[in-house]
Ligand binder design. Structure first.
Ligand code: FHN
Length: 438
């Protein structure tokens, strides 16, 4: 049992995580030199002597980390998770356990140290993504042919995680990935026989977790080591973890699966599509980790900023509808089977207040139905306008005084104060046809 102090501190860190709601995922490495995604080594079936030189051409700008922190803060994000090492094994940090790292190749410096300093200076939470697997080990693909390499690969991952947990001060989030055991068949391409089916057993995840808990007792761990960790990680979709456990949807700006820098993407989501998934996650009590793939110079390119910036403007006006909200009782069982909308939009809640993000804008009058208790007041957050509230039949309310046209390019938010914490009401019987639904 951890000592009292650690339990209280970890509970506070989890509270901070859930309150934050919104983070930036950053997939970056020497693969950005090519601009064809983070998995180019395996997807292009690239020989190592074709891949390794990318690291020598990788030259981030001196202020890349400050710019990244500024872009995350401007978007309304409260923490960042950076790929300190992705599947290709290139480490953005100085490591005694693999020369293939930023300090000993093109950049000539520890990029993770710069990242940590910039985030702390900007008041943002510090997250490290670390891929347990490293594709540059032949034993990963052919465990039988290179049996010694399997253990060397696992030992290297343990040793590098120790470096990450030791050399950079207090870390808020450790985001495991790449946990498929050696030899396991990966989606659609590599036929293999897993050395061990169970991911936690293969990576000795319990030893990793014990080491992390000792070095970083308050760090939050995700569930991708094969152990439960502190939070779930639905990918490219919104899906609440069972039992109210913290969870975080991670999502690309493009139509998957391009996480790393893409020189050109003709399949990006619009700001409103991103906002839709973002509010959908928050309405159900989840976090949203939105991904960017910076260029080799470390800067986020204009194509991705063209989506982040409108989201940031929206967050400036409506962040109160996101940070620290909880689903309360307004979405019993996760809401309508036909989709996340309460026919006009999505509700997020805090105490007696419901925030209605209105994606299907009705015009001057908005009808609130199937939600109790009675409404006390309403305000259009987007403009600050006070609105009129009139109780009408079938336990509804008419909120009027809205502009005839949507007041901005993204969904506006109506802040509704109820007589108590809002809750969903199921329609029943036929009285409502005569206006008698109570
Ligand atoms: O293969 C990786 C992928 O490149 C990316 O890092 C995502 C992020 O969650 N994780 C794996 C795919 O699930």
């Amino acid at each position: 049992m951890m000592p009292e102090g650690d339990d209280a501190a970890r509970a506070e860190k989890l509270r901070w995580f859930r309150q934050s709601r919104f983070g930036m995922f950053v997939h970056w490495g020497c693969h950005a030199v090519l601009g064809r995604g983070e998995q180019i080594l395996s997807r292009d079936v690239m020989p190592l002597d074709e891949f390794r030189p990318l690291a020598d051409d990788f030259h981030p700008e001196p202020d890349w980390a400050e710019r990244l922190a500024a872009d995350a803060g401007a978007a309304g994000m409260r923490y960042v998770v950076l790929t300190t090492r992705h599947h290709d094994g290139y480490a953005l940090f100085e490591s005694e356990h693999d020369d293939f790292n930023a300090a000993r190749t093109g950049p000539g410096r520890d990029l993770v140290a710069e990242y940590v300093q910039a985030l702390r200076d900007a008041g943002l939470g510090v997250g490290f993504y670390y891929s347990l697997m490293n594709w540059r080990w032949r034993g990963y693909w052919d465990a039988a042919g290179y049996p010694d390499e399997v253990e060397q690969m696992i030992e290297q991952s343990h040793a590098q995680i120790r470096e990450l947990m030791t050399n950079y001060g207090e870390i808020d989030i450790l985001w495991f990935d790449g946990g498929a055991p050696a030899g396991q068949r990966t989606p659609g391409r590599w036929a293999g026989e897993a050395v061990v089916e169970d991911r936690a057993e293969f990576w000795h995840a319990a030893e990793i977790e014990a080491m992390v808990r000792e070095l970083q007792p308050n760090a939050l761990l995700n569930n991708r080591s094969g152990l439960a960790g502190d939070f779930g990680t639905p990918e490219q979709r919104v899906q609440a973890d069972a039992g109210g456990r913290p969870w975080e949807t991670c999502m690309t700006l493009n139509y998957a699966p391009g996480w790393g820098h893409l020189r050109h993407s003709l399949a990006d989501k619009t700001p409103t599509e991103v906002l839709y998934h973002f509010v959908d996650a928050v309405r159900l009590g989840g976090n949203f980790l939105l991904n960017v793939g910076p260029r080799a110079d470390g800067y986020i390119d204009d194509r991705e900023l063209s989506v982040l910036r409108p989201i940031g403007e929206w967050m400036k006006l409506h962040g109160e509808a996101i940070y620290g909200t909880k689903p309360e009782r307004i979405y019993p069982g996760g809401g309508h089977p036909q989709g996340p909308m309460f026919h006009y939009g999505m509700w997020t809640c805090r105490g007696d207040v419901g925030y209605f993000t209105v994606f299907y804008y009705p015009g001057a009058d908005l009808i609130v139905s199937k939600i109790g208790p009675a409404i006390v007041s309403a305000e259009l957050m987007t403009t600050g306008q006070q609105l009129q509230v009139e109780p009408i039949s079938n336990s509804r309310a008419r909120i009027s005084g809205l502009p005839a046209e949507p007041p901005g390019p993204l969904a506006p938010v109506v802040k509704v104060r109820f007589e108590g914490p809002p809750y969903g009401i199921e329609t029943r019987g036929a009285e409502w046809l005569d206006g008698g639904f109570e």
